[in-house]
Design a protein around this ligand. Structure first.
Ligand code: ZN
Ligand code: ZN
Length: 399
């Protein structure tokens, strides 16, 4: 194991930036444009699945306007992200030249934090994507670094996923959260019909109020719908990992994890909602309970990445709902102050700085999502720098 603390002792701490950032033959100024170009290429490639997935998952609902929207979101996200990433490299050069050496927090942390001030100019959807993805990655990396009970225990992660699932689907059902989640909520029938009609509907349909003749039909229709999400995602992950099965045995070894996850999630969610509808307690509690039970499907994923993501989205959903609530006038000062803080933008800067620091100094604890993000966005340049440091420190240890 190479000790990265050695990086702050001679001769490593005063390596010229051209050596550390592998820009021999180029001045720091020339590097600006080169980085911009490389990071743009890397980001466009990295975010390509983001642009393609709607084409694969819901081809029927696409029209010209929707396609243009997807293209715009894809270009904005890739190019703004690339610009901030390129500035990070220049920040490393600048701080090295200003300070004369590298310090623990000026090597990657401060340059990344400064460069990602650019997030103040990001379009809204890019901010949303970056804040969710980086908060998830930072949280997962932090949990792995702590190596505590949460990062090791499948039951505990499942409980977190179940609670998050209940919160997210609850706010989605009330239309107070409109962001991403794996499945859509069961429609809030009482919101559409007036209360009297709703009671009639409940009685006449033997307690269930869903479309479809029977409960089994209702559950199976849901599962059939999400089969179209799971299978393409599983196939896409096999293709992107570049491990195509060559033999029959390898083909049989493919675990359709996402498919199993989607089917069990929607299946348990709808089925438990039907069962609970026969008991005389509040519809909201029935829904919360069934949304939570659906979360048991996390068992098929068994990846800290997804429970961390679910937790982050649950907090976002609760916050979005809180911000939308009509308040009594005049609003109290604390509440209006809290609502005015641009948490998403502030989180992006802090998260990226933390992750850029961990990429070099706690590489093993990094989540694979975060590693992929850095490699993709920088066209593998960050990884090459890390490998260069690893090799030069190992060589130094030998001599
Ligand atoms: Zn330089
Ligand atoms: Zn039913």
């Amino acid at each position: 194991m190479v000790a990265f603390s050695k990086l702050f002792h001679p001769p490593h701490n005063s390596l010229p930036c051209s050596e550390l950032l592998l820009h021999q033959g180029q001045t720091c100024k020339q590097l600006i444009w080169w980085n911009w170009y490389r990071c743009s290429v890397g980001s466009l490639r990295y975010f390509l699945p983001l642009a393609i997935s709607p084409l694969v998952l819901r081809p029927k609902s696409l029209n010209t306007q929707a396609l243009l929207n997807i293209l715009r979101h894809y270009l904005e996200t890739s190019l703004w992200g690339a610009a901030a990433t390129a500035f990070t490299f220049n920040g490393i050069c600048l701080l090295r030249n200003l300070l004369g050496r590298y310090y623990l927090y000026t090597a990657t942390c401060l340059p990344a934090y400064t460069a990602f001030q650019l997030s103040w100019f990001f379009p809204v959807r890019t901010v949303r994507l970056f804040s969710t993805a980086t908060t998830q990655s930072a949280l997962e990396t932090w949990l792995r670094k702590q190596n505590n009970i949460i990062s090791r225990s499948l039951p505990l992660q499942t409980i977190i996923f179940m609670l998050s699932s209940a919160v997210i689907l609850h706010f989605k059902r009330r239309e107070e959260y409109n962001g991403f989640w794996f499945i859509q909520p069961i429609k809030n029938v009482s919101a559409q019909k007036n209360e009297e009609n709703y009671e009639d509907l409940k009685k006449s349909s033997n307690c269930c109020t869903h479309e479809g003749k029977t409960c089994a039909e209702y559950v199976l229709t849901g599962m059939k719908g999400y089969l179209l999400y799971g299978i393409p995602l599983d196939l896409m992950s096999i293709v992107t990992k570049g491990r195509l099965p060559r033999t029959w045995k390898e083909l049989k070894m493919i675990r359709f994890q996402m498919t199993a996850f989607f089917l069990s999630y929607i299946g348990i969610y709808r089925l438990s909602n039907c069962v609970l509808a026969h008991y005389p307690f509040d519809v909201t509690y029935q829904h919360l309970l069934s949304a939570g039970l659906g979360g048991i499907s996390y068992f098929f994923l068994d990846k800290l990445t997804f429970s961390a993501l679910a937790f982050v989205i649950a907090v976002q959903a609760a916050w979005q709902s809180y911000c939308q609530k009509p308040t009594k006038k005049p609003e109290d000062r604390l509440s209006s102050f809290l609502k005015s803080i641009p948490f998403a933008k502030l989180m992006i800067q802090v998260n990226i700085a933390y992750l850029a620091h961990c990429y070099i100094f706690q590489h093993d604890t990094m989540s694979s999502l975060a590693k992929g993000f850095f490699r993709g966005m920088t066209d593998d340049r960050f990884e090459r720098i890390y490998q260069f440091l690893l090799n030069s420190l190992a060589e130094h240890e030998k001599s």
